[in-house]
Design a protein around this ligand. Structure first.
Ligand code: GLV
Ligand code: MN
Ligand code: MN
Ligand code: MN
Length: 418
């Protein structure tokens, strides 16, 4: 028997292979401060996808792309049966950590590799086939909205709309993907179940001394694209009463977002994450500001109230700053639970393998939030040191990464056997 870590079933050799591949992945789009920049369909994302395709193929998985560039590694042992889809996303924010998304894709792949070996050695045919997935553009940092690949796969976002979406330089998803060879023409493999593992991106697991988070539901979210329209003017010469300063209007909104969260302590998280100021020049009063405003809430009634207050404030700011405000909801989701049977399955796996575990909600968005509306879905978390995320300093300890791989493997094994 190969030596294992604690009560785990991952051998040292498997753990080392996983960590070696993870170190390799972290080289794609590596930034000087130890993070990554791998926005969707960027050079780094493309290079990493090529490398990942090679890894999948070297383990006997067939690589396929659907109409929105989701990357699948398929192991079809049961002809015609639907798939257990396991993975996450490899795209990142512009100055991101190494773990967000990439960890879940690689853990999904290594879980699948191990099961493939097991089944070959024991001549076992599982009930369902296996698909490792790397969802396209989960982050939404280059193309809004986030979770784009899984939204198209699950039918909540029309593929034509997704392909026509442009980045801030005016390049569409279709234009970015077409030359890469990652744009297929099918719908992707049919799913029977889904599993995803991810870093927590918060500090609850660490604070509780828990290794495995069993995600039972998501916080709700409302994400706005807001345009504040004013009039371009001389920032010195124009008298104050004549001004229609779009940046002033936007600034009031940024401040209000924070004040709104402070009204619902602990229940509501808000931020403006991106501002585009036009013409963004010295000595010029801004004519237009486009901003992305994000509300997350653990309580749908509170979120509805916060949205109503936000709309009242839009109208006030239009008056106070003498600007026009238009807005659209680019993305929203509710507090829908993950299937309790999936949570129970994950709990049993963590228990059997001897890891401290507990239920947790996800505040961040994940592709599994889409998938759970289509098929029974299991979502697992491992701790993030000090909760740091969307930051180059994001860190998860190796033994937690391996513990997550161990539990994920057991979960996928059980799902595949039905
Ligand atoms: C996406 O990652 C989100 O949390 O919205
Ligand atoms: Mn992620
Ligand atoms: Mn992220
Ligand atoms: Mn996310």
């Amino acid at each position: 028997m190969a030596e294992t870590i604690g009560a785990a079933t991952v051998t040292l050799e498997q753990a080392e292979a996983f960590l070696r591949d993870f170190a390799k992945m972290s080289e794609f789009g590596a930034t000087p401060n130890g993070g990554v920049d791998r926005q969707a369909a960027s050079e780094a994302d493309i290079a990493q996808r090529r490398w990942f395709a090679g890894l999948l193929e070297s383990h006997g998985f067939r690589v396929e792309y659907d109409r929105i560039g989701n990357q699948f590694g398929l192991l079809e042992l049961m002809p015609g049966a639907p798939y257990v889809v396991v993975g996450s996303h490899m795209d990142s924010q512009p100055t991101a950590g190494r773990y967000d998304g990439a960890y879940g894709v690689l853990a999904g792949a290594h879980a699948a590799f191990r099961l493939a070996e097991e089944w070959r050695a024991e001549a076992v045919i599982p009930r369902y086939n296996l698909a490792v997935v790397n969802w396209f553009n989960e982050e939404g940092s280059r193309f809004v909205p986030s979770m784009m690949g899984s939204s198209v796969y699950t039918g909540v976002l029309p593929v034509g709309q997704a392909l026509a979406t442009t980045d801030r330089a005016g390049v569409s998803v279709a234009e970015a993907l077409a030359p890469t060879g990652f744009l297929g023409d099918g719908d992707g493999p049919p799913a029977a179940f889904c599993a995803e593992i991810h870093i927590e991106q918060g500090r609850l697991l660490e604070n509780a001394g828990t290794t495995i988070g069993l995600v039972s539901a998501s916080w709700a979210a409302s994400k706005y694209v807001v345009t504040v329209e004013g009039a371009q003017a001389h920032s010195g010469a124009t008298i104050m009463d004549d001004r229609q300063d779009a940046l002033y209007g936007a600034a009031l909104l940024v401040v209000f977002a924070r004040e709104l969260a402070d009204r619902f302590p602990g229940a509501l998280h808000t931020a403006v994450g991106q501002l585009d100021v036009y013409p963004n020049s010295p000595v010029v009063v801004a004519s237009e500001v486009k901003l992305l405003l994000d509300l997350r809430c653990a309580d749908e009634a509170v979120l509805a109230e916060a949205n109503a207050l936000l709309h009242e404030r839009f109208a006030e700011i239009e008056r106070v700053a003498n600007v026009g405000i238009s807005q659209t909801l680019s993305h929203e989701w509710g507090i829908n639970p993950y299937q309790p049977e999936g949570v129970a399955l994950a709990r049993a796996a963590a228990e059997r393998l001897g890891y401290a575990h507990g239920e947790i909600l996800t505040v961040a968005g994940h592709d599994s939030i889409n998938m759970k509306e289509m098929v029974p879905t299991v979502m697992l978390f491992v701790p993030s040191v000090e909760g740091v995320s969307h930051n180059e300093g994001e860190y998860t300890r190796d033994d937690d990464l391996v513990a997550g791989l161990d539990v994920l493997t057991d979960v996928v094994r059980r799902l595949a056997h039905g």
